[in-house]
Ligand binder design. Structure first.
Ligand code: APR
Length: 242
């Protein structure tokens, strides 16, 4: 069914969350045992308050996340989405993830709502560097400013242009597919509603139930995203070979 909706859609959009990257080895945030926020306190480590008042712990936490990120890579699900973009099946990916895996897998049209952990930038002059500098204990810019990860911290606004582009895509969508998000963080979690209100079909693929399941046309729980995407890919190929 989803394959046929993809084939017949005019403007299909995919919204991904951390569940898109767990099969690459990256922990998500809210899964019962492995979720980052079940092991660390985001307010003490990933917030503007931590940046200002718990600088040591902040740096240590992001060294851990950057090290973990660099030891992982996109999985087949990311590659399938990149193929779907190349064949015109999907027009836009909106991601809450900061891992850059969609781009690494070949997707070109990616809106990063929460920034990127691939870089750090100077708080004073804006100079941007590869986040690997954190693994060499470089936290200071040549200008003397502090180098911080280019991710949206708790307490910060999302990048205006990313929000604008994401809202436009969701309004244009006639099909919105959510992959691996608990949909607990706004404003990203409003995007399925925006699409629905503009007449789109909504598909939610998430291991656990989300609070937006009731507006979805199809909900798939307790199945790995990689397996679901492989099934849709197979279904689409069968439908297009005949
Ligand atoms: N297949 C299907 N679902 C999965 C898989 C998988 N392989 N792995 C995890 N999931 C599901 C989990 O059940 C969970 O409900 O993905 C969801 C991920 O939800 P969160 O951990 O809350 O991540 P996300 O929705 O992206 O969080 C949004 O919160 O802390 C902020 O900035 C952070 O971008 C993040 C935002």
């Amino acid at each position: 069914m989803i394959a046929s909706w993809l084939s017949s859609s005019r403007y299909a959009v995919v919204l991904t969350g951390a569940g898109m990257s767990t099969e690459s080895g990256l922990p998500d945030f809210r899964s019962a045992k492995t979720g980052l926020w079940n092991r660390f306190n985001p307010q003490q480590l990933a917030s503007t308050y931590a940046l200002e008042h718990h600088r040591e712990a902040f740096i240590e936490f992001y060294q851990y996340r950057i090290r973990t990120l660099r030891s992982c890579k996109p999985h087949e699900g990311h590659a399938i989405l990149a193929d779907w973009e190349r064949s015109g099946l999907i027009k836009q990916i909106i991601t809450q993830n900061v891992d850059g895996f969609h781009q690494q897998a070949g997707s070109q049209r990616v809106i990063e709502l929460h920034g990127s952990l691939r870089t750090v930038h100077c708080q004073r002059c804006g100079n941007t560097l590869d986040s690997e500098v954190y693994l060499h204990n470089q936290f200071e810019c040549d200008c003397g400013g502090f180098l911080r990860p280019s991710v949206v911290l708790f307490g910060e606004m999302l990048p205006e242009d990313a929000i604008e582009q994401a809202w436009q895509a969701a309004q244009k969508a006639d099909l919105l597919i959510v992959l691996g998000s608990s949909l607990q963080v706004s404003p990203a979690n409003q995007l399925p509603l925006v699409a629905k209100r503009n007449g789109a079909k909504v598909v939610i693929v998430n291991w656990e139930p989300t609070e937006f399941d009731d507006i979805a046309d199809i909900v798939i729980h307790e199945r790995k995203i990689g397996d679901v995407l492989r099934d849709i890919e197979r279904e689409w190929k069968v439908g297009n070979d005949s």
